[in-house]
Write a protein that binds this ligand. Structure first.
Ligand code: URA
Length: 249
């Protein structure tokens, strides 16, 4: 992205816009090895090398993250009262506008994608796009073949009928069942409401995958990392922004 140098520094959250102007005029900022004293000088955030007081800064303002959400955090960009998933990331991610793609409930754990790319975010959530989400749910009661069929037929809820979903029963004990469920929508409390309609309260809910991306086993709860270029490319394909590559990567 091309932007003014003072705006770039403030976007990165290292200082305010007016502090950035001061720092630049005082000669504290170098661009590609040259001291630049014009706060309005044009910079390219993805390719120019930026130094502040001789320290290199990671200037990227378009970043994409996968996070293993723990229970107890809101999925929101910010909240006045409660901690949010953004509290797990360095402040620069909020400053450059990284936002969660959709929502997981406060008590839901698992894979959450965050991105600064507003268009990709919007497209991935579009009701027309039907990006698969896979969850593991521990529910009250014993699930049966009738539940599998009901999920497949599309469960009628108060305000809409859910699209056909895939339910796989992983284990059943005396009082609870463990199941994997794949839904193609992302409405509010959707999975909990679908199970509730079948009289099975959800006890725990964990998202295993979102579209082409799966929660890696080496990403512990509460941890995050940036998407690899290949993961980003798969996500962009799922968002309909790039055609699939012939090699499937
Ligand atoms: N469905 C739910 O009910 N809750 C979630 O957090 C995600 C999907």
């Amino acid at each position: 992205m091309k932007t003014r140098l003072d705006r770039w520094l403030s976007l990165l959250g290292v200082c305010s816009r007016s502090e950035a102007k001061d720092l630049i005029r005082k000669g504290a900022v170098q661009l590609n090895g040259q001291t630049v004293r014009d706060p309005g000088a044009e910079a390219d955030t993805e390719s120019d090398a930026l130094l502040l007081r001789n320290q290199p800064l990671d200037g990227r303002v378009t970043r994409h993250v996968m996070l293993h959400k723990p229970a107890g955090l809101l999925t929101a960009a910010r909240d006045r009262k409660q901690p949010t998933v953004m509290d797990l990331l360095p402040a620069v991610y909020a400053s450059i506008g990284c936002m969660p793609v959709g929502r997981l409930d406060k008590d839901t754990t698992g894979l959450l994608i965050l991105t600064c790319d507003g268009e990709m975010n919007h497209r991935l959530l579009s009701p027309a796009r039907h990006v698969d989400k896979v969850y593991e749910a521990r529910v009250e009661g014993r699930l049966s073949g009738a539940d599998i069929q009901a999920f497949m037929d599309g469960i009628p809820l108060a305000d809409f009928t859910a699209l056909p979903a895939q339910l796989e029963i992983l284990s059943v004990d005396a009082k609870t069942s463990l199941a994997r469920v794949t839904v193609r929508e992302g409405k509010f409390h959707q999975v909990k409401r679908m199970f509730a309609a079948r009289r099975h309260e959800v006890l725990t809910l964990h998202r295993l995958s979102f579209g082409p991306l799966t929660l890696p086993s080496d990403l512990p709860e509460g941890s995050w990392r940036e998407l690899t270029p290949q993961e980003l490319s798969l996500l962009r394909q799922a968002a309909g922004m790039t055609p699939p590559r012939p090699d499937g990567k």
